[in-house]
Design a protein around this ligand. Sequence first.
Ligand code: GDP
Length: 197
Amino acid sequence: MIIRDAQFVVSNTDYRKCPQDGKPEYAFIGRSNVGKSSLINMLTNRKGLAMTSSKPGKTQLINHFIINDEWYLVDLPGYGYAQRGKEGRDQIRKIIDSYIINRAELTCLFLLLDCRHEPQQIDIEFMNWLGEEGVPFVIVFTKIDKLSKGALKKNMEAYTDTLKETWEEIPPIFYSSAEHRLGADEILGYIEQINKS
Ligand code: GDP
């Protein structure tokens, strides 16, 4: 898919106030610092479209971007951010959870994981919750430029082994590097395929 046009539309804390035109939505989520803004900026080929974590504020909201006037890219708040304290974290989880559970337009969720880290409980629990709620999602391992091929393979095997403990079928997996501009074609191709079907 070629992104001809990508524009910010609206920020919300309430899924009911999100756009009402029924276009499909593809949402991106992950822990803070996972590389979500960098990935969104790479996918859309717009440098400052998504705010990076160095600019807090918008990163705590549901941000809608309209792509090619066809679908919405949704930037969801990062979860489990230690500095926000429990109350802040709970509040953000409420915003995220109610969007994910109630938003009929949500077509697929892209869950971002830093390829350097071992499986983290908070991510595994989040995935298990998605499974229980029947939310379609895929995994994107980010920052793959930070690991050698061998180390990446080893980490991915450890990750899939952990997932296999709970999941009969592992969700589709993508690999990305905003630094080396890798993974955009695959992710956008996947979205295009779903939009066509
Ligand atoms: P967010 O909090 O998930 O939106 O993460 P950001 O996109 O703001 O990225 C967090 C940090 O990781 C920044 O310092 C980025 O430069 C860095 N980063 C993001 N993606 C990549 C990547 O693919 N490769 C490398 N090497 N660094 C990355």
